[in-house]
Write a protein that binds this ligand. Structure first.
Ligand SMILES: Nc1ncnc2c1ncn2[C@@H]1O[C@H](COP(=O)(O)OP(=O)(O)OP(=O)(O)O)[C@@H](O)[C@H]1O
Length: 587
């Protein structure tokens, strides 16, 4: 059975539950809570599991959704269905404001930030008199459907679970879209994603707001089910429980959210009776058990429980490549015209001058080698050209435009693509999907189009292009394998395919031949010559001198950040200063 079949079966069975008389009311209540919690956990799967943003404060957004509808229905007499968009709007705006500050935090400051506002909102809800202070708001009206109030658990159950299934479908669609690829790429660090046009702060804010909206929806459902709201439901304890659900179920796996929510809620229900009976006194002991469980899960099964379930299921079939209209191509610069001009570029790291007033130029259709001993400043030069590192002084111009000082996305948009010395692929994404990320800037579909599946035509074109580039670099046989399963040398070639998917005028390749066998190096040299014949320019950093000598038109040699030679390969090879820099060993 495949994941898809299991999901459909599960959906059918769960939607049939309220119609089965034999299911006790008590179970219906538990299942309603599982459904509402799954919505929050689903947001966390995207936010924490996929996007790498650990949030302890998600319960506060449940509170925003719940309080908005409680206030609007009890104090202003609005109909509950009318308050749904307003609850989502309030939650979304709150998330935009909080997220704009939070997602920019790095390392442990980010989860700490979420704890801080998780606690802050609990006290805020509890101290505002018109929100009922710590007593909260009661008398929230029930939802009505076709004029009938949904007062029974069985009728409410369907609303909750239909909302959950719609949210699952929306999240699956989002992940399988241009935006989803960008979000998944971000977890492995922002540099590669940025170099292909993803704006990390924007993408992170997007999933922050998306996760908050799911939490707000859960809060809206909660308010009309419980018919009352109190701040204690939306405190930091609840925030920790939601995170536990996502982690136990398998942060990063959409269906793990439901598994985790079910497990935590069922366990909590049992432990709340069992532990006080065992210990002989009342108390929230289940919180301690949850803490221990979280630590154990992180030790034993970092990916949560879903991968254990998925092991028994048929893996999804490889993505089908359908014929689709080609994406628009960029006009290549004229051969021999100046394309890249590096002017007195300087980069200091503290007291260390990594690149020292470096100037060189590269022409359209040229393959230029940037060589030099270890630590000479080659990779730093790449970072300066592609905007990954800001220049300390000097400038860089590309196709007549100043690019020094611009961000990596803006430079990528002009047609500059690169590979990295330390491979930066998303290991659990297929080779094809990794390469498709390279075409990010050639598409335009946003998150909403992705969720509504209005992006299919563009996605077909992006994947057809990605497949072409994978074939172009000779990795057709590995196209559907996870990128992380390839040998290091092949991963470097995948990075070239990803760079080509951007349709660049200039590709910067950082040690592409490292880890390749002799035949593979020959294939790579042939590929570079074919790219050149197509009008592309290449800036190449490479330690394999035989390869460099065979493929480049010209060389620039760096030593301690300073250019010590420049010219045709044979002339540079004979240069005494270059021989000296390499201690006579390599050249
Ligand atoms: N982010 C950084 N912070 C501090 N120093 C750095 C940083 N990046 C590079 N350096 C230093 O700058 C110098 C140039 O490094 P760079 O990686 O550009 O050299 P390279 O020529 O690419 O070397 P290799 O061939 O070994 O990759 C080195 O001394 C390195 O330690």
């Amino acid at each position: 059975m495949s994941v898809r079949h299991l999901a459909i079966l599960f959906a059918l069975v769960s939607l049939a539950v309220p119609f089965v008389e034999a299911v006790p009311e008590f179970w219906i209540t538990l299942l309603i809570f599982i459904g509402m919690a799954s919505l929050v956990a689903l947001g966390l799967v995207l936010l924490t599991g996929v996007g790498g943003i650990t949030s302890f404060g998600q319960a506060a957004f449940v509170g925003f959704g719940a309080y908005t509808t409680a206030v609007l229905t009890t104090q202003y007499g609005l109909s509950p269905w009318l308050t749904l968009p307003l609850s989502l709007l309030t939650t979304g705006l709150a998330a935009l404001a909080i997220g704009a500050v939070t997602v920019r935090l790095s390392g442990h400051f980010l989860p700490l930030g979420t704890i801080a506002w998780g606690i802050a909102f609990y006290y805020l809800f509890g101290n505002i008199q018109w929100l009922g202070a710590y007593d909260g708001i009661s008398g929230v009206p029930p939802l009505e459907l076709a004029g009938e109030p949904l007062l029974t658990g069985r009728s409410y159950y369907l609303v909750v679970w239909v909302a959950l299934f719609l949210a699952v479908i929306a999240t699956l669609h989002l992940l399988d879209s241009r935006t989803g690829r960008a979000i998944r790429a971000l977890r492995r660090g922002a540099v590669a994603a940025e170099s292909f046009g993803v704006r990390p702060a924007r993408a992170k804010l997007l999933i922050f707001v998306y996760a908050a909206l799911l939490a707000g929806l859960s809060g809206w459902l909660y308010a009309h089910y419980q018919r009352a709201v109190t701040p204690s439901t939306f405190g930091i304890n609840a925030g920790i429980e939601y995170l536990l659900m996502a982690v136990v179920g398998g942060a990063g796996h959409v269906y793990g959210a439901i598994v985790g929510a079910a497990l935590v809620i069922l366990l909590k229900d049992q432990l709340q009776d069992l532990l006080p009976a065992l210990l002989g006194q009342q108390g929230n002991y289940e919180t301690i058990v949850f803490g221990v469980a979280l630590v154990l899960v992180l030790q034993v099964a970092r990916d949560g429980l879903w991968p254990f379930v998925a092991r028994f299921l048929k893996p999804p079939p490889p993505r089908e490549i359908q014929s689709a209209p080609e994406l628009p191509r960029r006009a290549m610069p004229a051969a021999g015209e100046p394309l890249l001009e590096v002017q007195e570029a300087r980069k200091e790291f503290g007291g260390l001058v990594a690149v020292d007033n470096l100037s060189f130029s590269l022409q359209g259709g040229e393959i230029l080698g940037l060589i030099g001993p270890n630590g000479a400043g080659k990779s730093t030069s790449f970072d300066l050209i592609t905007g990954v590192q800001p220049l300390t002084a000097g400038g860089v111009a590309f196709a007549g435009r100043t690019i020094g000082g611009r961000g990596p996305e803006a430079i990528a948009a002009l047609g500059v693509a690169r590979s990295f010395q330390h491979v930066k692929l998303v290991p659990d994404m297929s080779v094809l999907e990794n390469v498709a990320l390279g075409a990010h800037l050639r598409g335009s579909a946003g998150a909403v189009q992705g969720i509504l599946r209005l992006d299919r035509a563009e996605e077909r074109s992006i994947f057809a292009e990605a497949a072409r580039q994978v074939e172009r670099v000779g990795l057709a046989a590995q196209m559907h394998q996870p990128a992380g399963s390839l040998a290091l040398g092949q991963m470097r070639i995948v990075e070239i395919a990803r760079a080509l998917a951007l349709d660049p005028a200039l590709v910067l390749l950082d040690e592409p031949a490292a880890g390749l066998r002799r035949m593979e190096k020959q294939d790579l040299a042939d590929l570079l010559r074919r790219l050149q014949a197509d009008g592309m320019s290449v800036l190449l950093v490479e330690h394999d001198m035989e390869f460099v000598m065979g493929v480049t038109d010209r060389l620039v040699v760096l030593d301690f950040g300073v250019k010590i030679a420049e010219g045709p390969p044979r002339q540079v090879q004979a240069d005494p200063a270059v021989q000296e820099a390499y201690l006579g060993g390599v050249l």
